[in-house]
Design a protein around this ligand. Structure first.
Ligand SMILES: O=C1O[C@H](COP(=O)(O)O)[C@@H](O)[C@H](O)[C@H]1O
Length: 325
């Protein structure tokens, strides 16, 4: 098995994949020198829980949440895994999530999981099947949203409703451990209320606190990415990408409808222990090319490029999403 670790570029992994023969290089390296690993890798093999932070960029606190600082940190410690199909992603994502659930339930007595909306939720479906459905300690899960549309909880646009219908209603997570927004409030009020909720849970020890940043350190954030490279409700070029103090903020002019949303800020996203960024489909190939290939030269980093994790940040890509690499 060829293997390569990079300090300032993503580590590329490939699983039963046939990356297009037209791909000559990824992050400037010949494809033959990239890391190829078997599809079914254990946390131990992944180094889960043993993140090598020494290879991360060291930034002074004032630099850490500037866009340049975030881009540098975000480039520092990335893994990229390419799968033939979204079905294979769903299988791998279930194992990745279940392994981290075991680890954090043992270590901390709880597992704090952040969901996004959109296509990510459907990619969690294998967690509802054996062996995971009966082996995961769902009673220790605490579920949050990285972003939410400010609509009633039973509205078709609600990220909560999507997760409830496809996932949460099918597993025995205690209802009190599912932290939906207060949909009776304005966008600003809902963001403040959600931030207050996170603060209470940090004080009570349910959510860990990052020693490095002082922001909450969620155990696993399961994120998606839009075709424009947005993650959460942090859109390219939007001033909210520069928010450095708030934990949760609101947006009234989201370029993707509905316009009113709340979102975690980058300091909260980037303080998490693990991030899985799941990206499928050819409509996302341009943003992937820009984030991971040569398409980003001399361009402002996309929100997906500003994201990082304190432990491990891993891209789960299907072949279609890498078609422009
Ligand atoms: O609006 C949103 O879009 C993104 C991406 O969604 P996808 O369907 O293209 O995967 C999602 O991650 C975010 O949570 C959501 O509010």
């Amino acid at each position: 098995m060829a293997s390569l670790s990079l300090s300032s570029s993503p580590t590329f992994l490939r699983t039963r994949s046939t990356i297009s023969s037209s791909v000559r290089s990824l992050c400037g390296l010949p494809i033959s020198k990239l890391s190829f690993r078997s599809p079914d890798r254990s946390p131990a093999a992944l180094g889960v829980g043993k993140a090598d932070c020494s290879r991360r960029f060291q930034l002074r606190p004032t630099e850490a949440f500037s866009p340049a600082g975030m881009a540098a940190a975000a480039a520092a410690e990335k893994k990229v895994e390419v799968f033939d199909t979204e079905e294979n992603i769903a299988v791998s994502l279930a194992k990745y999530t279940a392994d981290l659930s075991d680890k954090f339930c043992k270590e901390r007595g709880s597992f704090t999981v952040v969901l996004s909306g959109g296509s990510l939720i459907n990619s969690l479906r294998k967690l509802l099947e054996p062996p995971y459905k009966d082996s995961i300690d769902w009673s220790k899960w605490h579920v949050f949203w990285v972003d939410e549309r400010v609509v009633p909880k039973n509205h078709e646009d609600s990220n909560y409703k999507l997760a409830l219908d496809l996932f949460l209603s099918k597993v025995p997570i205690p209802p009190g451990n599912v932290y939906a927004i207060n949909d009776a409030l304005s966008a600003e009020g809902a963001a403040d209320d959600y931030e207050a909720c996170l603060k209470r849970l940090v004080s009570s020890g349910v959510i860990a606190k990052s020693k490095a940043s002082g922001f909450p350190k969620l155990d696993l954030q399961l994120l998606g990415m839009g075709p424009d490279g947005h993650i959460a409700s942090l859109f390219p070029g939007h001033p909210l990408c520069k928010e450095s103090k708030k934990w949760v903020t609101h947006i009234l002019d989201s370029p993707k409808p509905p316009p009113q949303r709340i979102t975690f800020t980058f300091p909260v996203i980037n303080s998490s222990a693990y991030i899985a960024l799941v990206v499928c489909g050819s409509d996302k190939a341009d943003a992937v090319h820009r984030a991971l290939g040569s398409g980003g030269n001399n361009k402002e980093p996309l929100p997906c490029q500003l994201a990082s994790a304190e432990g491990e940040f891993k891209w789960f890509l299907d072949k279609a999403a890498t078609s422009k690499l």
